[in-house]
Design a protein around this ligand. Sequence first.
Ligand SMILES: *[C@@H]1O[C@H](CO)[C@@H](O)[C@H](O)[C@H]1NC(C)=O
Ligand SMILES: *[C@@H]1O[C@H](CO)[C@@H](O)[C@H](O)[C@H]1NC(C)=O
Ligand SMILES: *[C@@H]1O[C@H](CO)[C@@H](O)[C@H](O)[C@H]1NC(C)=O
Ligand SMILES: *[C@@H]1O[C@H](CO)[C@@H](O)[C@H](O)[C@H]1NC(C)=O
Ligand SMILES: *[C@@H]1O[C@H](CO)[C@@H](O)[C@H](O)[C@H]1NC(C)=O
Ligand SMILES: *[C@@H]1O[C@H](CO)[C@@H](O)[C@H](O)[C@H]1NC(C)=O
Ligand SMILES: *[C@@H]1O[C@H](CO)[C@@H](O)[C@H](O)[C@H]1NC(C)=O
Ligand SMILES: *[C@@H]1O[C@H](CO)[C@@H](O)[C@H](O)[C@H]1NC(C)=O
Ligand SMILES: CC(=O)N[C@H]1CO[C@H](CO)[C@@H](O)[C@@H]1O
Length: 493
Amino acid sequence: MLTLLYLLFPFWHLESPEVSLELQPLCPKDNPPLMSKANATEHIERDYSQSLCVFTDGSKTPDGATGAAFVTPELHVTKTVRLPAHVSVFTCELVTIILALFGLDEFRPVRDTIFTDSISALQAFTNNGKKTSKTYLRDPEALYRVVSFWHFRFICLGAQSCFFFDWMGKMEQHESQSGNVTSEEEEAGDEVSEELVIDDPDAEGLDLNHSRIAKMENLEQLTKIQYLCLRQNLIKKIECLSTLSTLTELDLYDNQLTNVENLESLVNLEILDLSFNRIRKIEGLENLTKLKKLFFVNNKITKIENINHLTELEMLELGANRIRVIENISNLTKLTSLYIGKNKLTRIQGLETQVNLTCLSIQSNRLLKIEGLETLVKLDELYISHNGIECISGLENNVNLTTLDLAGNRIKRLENLSHLSQLEEFWFNDNKLDVWDDVEQLASLKTLRTVYLERNPIWYDPCGETSDPSYRRKVLIALPGLEQLDATLCRTT
Ligand SMILES: *[C@@H]1O[C@H](CO)[C@@H](O)[C@H](O)[C@H]1NC(C)=O
Ligand SMILES: *[C@@H]1O[C@H](CO)[C@@H](O)[C@H](O)[C@H]1NC(C)=O
Ligand SMILES: *[C@@H]1O[C@H](CO)[C@@H](O)[C@H](O)[C@H]1NC(C)=O
Ligand SMILES: *[C@@H]1O[C@H](CO)[C@@H](O)[C@H](O)[C@H]1NC(C)=O
Ligand SMILES: *[C@@H]1O[C@H](CO)[C@@H](O)[C@H](O)[C@H]1NC(C)=O
Ligand SMILES: *[C@@H]1O[C@H](CO)[C@@H](O)[C@H](O)[C@H]1NC(C)=O
Ligand SMILES: *[C@@H]1O[C@H](CO)[C@@H](O)[C@H](O)[C@H]1NC(C)=O
Ligand SMILES: *[C@@H]1O[C@H](CO)[C@@H](O)[C@H](O)[C@H]1NC(C)=O
Ligand SMILES: CC(=O)N[C@H]1CO[C@H](CO)[C@@H](O)[C@@H]1O
């Protein structure tokens, strides 16, 4: 699957994966592991709580045994494998990352951060796929393509990432320098399920998050239920809801559902969350005409269909699926938020009737052009980062934009922006801007508070390796009103 994806995708369209070494100084080799752990944990919890975190480690014991392991605490996924004895530690690290990528294929995380302790593995990824003599992998470019297609972010943890494995309580004695490599794969099979038990039939709300429930049962006892939350369970089938017409909110986030079914009695439902399942087709929503919010994040949906009658819908979340075309939503004119990032869209289309839309999130697709937004006059936030867009245009009517996210595209010039008089946030990092004078274009936008320009050609020093020391000063001279440039607040005078 991954192989096909990256072959279909033109190479020039790919961005380098984001690589950060910021945690490395927190975990120096000679610090007590527990201190490194505490310091790194604090940082991770603060800065990466929005992200799906994957910890990887490849290792080799003195007797030559090698292994690869990754842990994703949030999804309860742990995987360890043994590798052939002759491979290098470097190869182990790379294989571990591949293992994590393939292991997570099913989950399609929206925001993903891979933590590794191998600087050399990270260098292989930032080397734009150029062959490195260090690797025995037949095609490092192919790996690079996969990695950048998915927009993974890599964080280097320094020498001691091993302790994260025991922290997770998932693996014993996994030590990267000298220790032993566990090779058990049976961990995945430890899912013992629990029965769904109703304590109070008169309850109006029921929260059964993360309770190992495998079957929806006994629910007919609930006569007054309005809110039912069964997040993070092991449910494979939607059922037993036929008497729950009082329900207004149903949350089945992170289960094992493959079909949308047996919902026809829920005629009062306003919020339905089916994110993080394995659903391939949108269907079975015929009677849910009061729906206001519908979530299908991270499924396997290929087509938008069978929702065009849900005219009360205000929010539609379809991020991280396999959708190629925006279609069949023309009657949903009350929509204010549409999230359709991380899909396979090649064009912005089908939005002509979306006059009420204030937030459109369409990042990490395959868009080459900003178009199709002419009628979206109420648009307030537009997120279109990580596509293949080459110039700024097509925003003529979106005069009420306050947030414009164009990061991670291939745009060389700042133009056609001067009419966006409400703009407060302009995110333009990781583009191809190489003309300093263009920064002045932003000076006329009096409401602008935050600008991201890092990792554009103007940000680099002449050798192209690190930030130009005068970059910040030059931008702030051109834009004295800024409160924040890149991740750093500006001093007010
Ligand atoms: C880690 O935290 C301890 C205690 O808060 C602090 O003294 C130490 O300097 C930190 N170590 C690093 C490398 O940041
Ligand atoms: C690894 O663990 C196995 C089983 O616990 C043990 O027999 C072996 O000696 C250990 N190897 C090393 C290098 O510690
Ligand atoms: C269950 O999950 C929902 C949604 O994240 C949350 O609002 C609620 O507080 C959780 N309930 C419990 C008991 O953890
Ligand atoms: C649901 O819709 C079907 C037709 O699609 C209809 O026959 C049925 O009566 C509806 N059920 C409820 C409870 O409204
Ligand atoms: C959408 O609206 C048009 C015009 O009002 C109507 O003919 C059509 O049946 C509607 N489609 C759906 C799926 O409700
Ligand atoms: C969805 O849209 C496509 C293209 O606009 C159209 O051919 C198809 O019939 C629509 N499907 C439904 C169920 O309305
Ligand atoms: C826009 O939304 C408002 C409020 O939900 C609604 O009354 C109005 O009809 C919508 N506009 C269109 C063109 O549907
Ligand atoms: C644009 O914003 C202004 C001021 O916030 C508001 O008065 C105006 O109605 C908005 N225009 C649209 C089309 O929403
Ligand atoms: C629609 C529009 O105004 N496009 C302009 C964008 O900026 C370039 C360069 O300044 C102009 O040539 C376009 O006409």
